[in-house]
Design a protein around this ligand. Sequence first.
Ligand code: NAD
Length: 443
Amino acid sequence: MRISVVGTGYVGLVSGACFADMGMNVTCVDIDQAKVQRLREGHIPIFEPGLEPLVKRCVAQGQLHFTTSLPDAMANSNVYFIAVGTPTGEDGSADLQYVLAVAKEIGEHLKDYAVIVDKSTVPVGTADKVRATIQAELDKRGVSIDFDVVSNPEFLKEGAAVDDFMKPDRIVIGTESERARAIMAEVYQEFSRNHNKIMFMGVRDAEMTKYAANAMLATKISFMNEIANLCDAMDVDVEQVRHGIGSDSRIGYSFIYPGCGYGGSCFPKDVKALVRMAHEADVKPYVLDAVEARNADQKKVVAAKTQRLLGNVKGKRIAVWGLAFKPGTDDMREAPSIPFITRMLEAGATVCVHDPEAMTTSKREFAPKWIENGQLIYCNNQFDAVKDADALVLLTEWKQYRQPDFARLLASLKAPVVIDGRNVYNPRRMKALGFTYEGIGRR
Ligand code: NAD
């Protein structure tokens, strides 16, 4: 099996490496020359557990190749995965310019039958656009070549991407073509060996499945955040409530953790894109609108708590543990840490930050002026960040923050204030240790 994967981001690089690890011959394509060069030299541009040894092993075995040339990759394969970004466009819809640019290039160079796979998250109807774009190029060339466009959305989670790809809950494949179906079944057979995880469905059904999955997860988070805010206002402990409701098998425990709002490259943009699709289809997205509104508000909750506990933060020193949008990744796209830190800096506070993986990413997120004027300080050790701070704010629940040396923490802080944006600490224990503690919806 010879396949090409276009785009070497979180999805493209992980998919390409996992396919290669199963023995397929994979060429990964990216327009970013520096990235391709670095990948060829064995430098992995993102942090993802297990990815580096996997890529190195596949490259050493000659199963995985990197190139900037899509035509070169196409010459060696007949299945082309499109895994480029689909960021939020100006009107909230998914911006398809990168996907359609790849489709155009495929149309310019297609020689024989191929399966073109939309792996990027794309709105319902995109496969038709990809098909039309390729066909328009074939018409320009005056050639007639058969091809199929398949939807195969990706469900991996950053922070566990390799594991998720290797052992998926399901593999959704949208196609109406028997020929493409047989090829896709072969591509995925090794990932579906124990029991059949491949779900074939219509192309549009597969496109919607991805958005519905992410919107459902975002809804669970926003719902729980709303309950947590109610708990805060009504002297109720949301963690007791979470235990109470999660035990109901119809509800379950997953994704009902209150916190400081969801971020990442997927939930915010996918909920927005689904809202846009709903408007275009003339369906009122009452639930999705509320999910977004709650999340936008939730990202302000920790800042409000900090300002309530510290008063005017001008001249205060605030320690932040966690920058990434969740543990296990260096990704900071739409992370709650960004609006929180920005708000504190603008209010005149000094912010000392620590994150085990996202410090480099973070330097791209904040204006250099904050580092230059000394208000934003990067600390290589989590305890350096809390030294003489007026408060510690926890924003990402990395394991190393979960059970810190509390005596050392207490001794390091100037004031014993801990604001826990992820509810990882026990309020009673924190109080007993002498901290002024505030979680999200904890009594
Ligand atoms: P990313 O931004 O990390 O990577 C995209 C890559 O595509 C970049 O390296 C970019 O240089 C490259 N690219 C852009 N145009 C190109 C072109 N014309 N030719 C070759 N390469 C090109 O994106 P990502 O996080 O991997 O996401 C990709 C898609 O997968 C998105 O639609 C996203 O919604 C979806 N998705 C992401 C995740 C996730 O956890 N990140 C999970 C499931 C689905």
